[in-house]
Design a protein around this ligand. Structure first.
Ligand code: ZN
Length: 71
């Protein structure tokens, strides 16, 4: 049985800390658009964190992009 979206969201945030995501979560991602989008979102946020020394917030460019996406 595949994990629920809620469970996958938790696994994805763990994965952002470098933990393995696991086969079941990967299978869920292959069939679930919502979680795929969440993964993209987290990946973008993570990149933004890495490029900003430390992580006090997103870069102005990332903020502008997010703002546009939310409008
Ligand atoms: Zn899902």
């Amino acid at each position: 049985m595949l994990p629920s979206c809620k469970e996958v969201a938790r696994l994805l945030s763990d994965a952002m800390d470098g933990r393995p995501i696991g086969l079941h979560a990967k299978l869920h991602l292959s069939v679930c658009d919502v979680c795929r989008r969440l993964l993209e979102h987290l990946t973008i946020l993570r990149r933004a964190c890495k490029s900003d020394a430390g992580c006090p917030g997103l870069s102005p460019l990332a903020k502008a992009r997010l703002k546009k996406a939310l409008e």
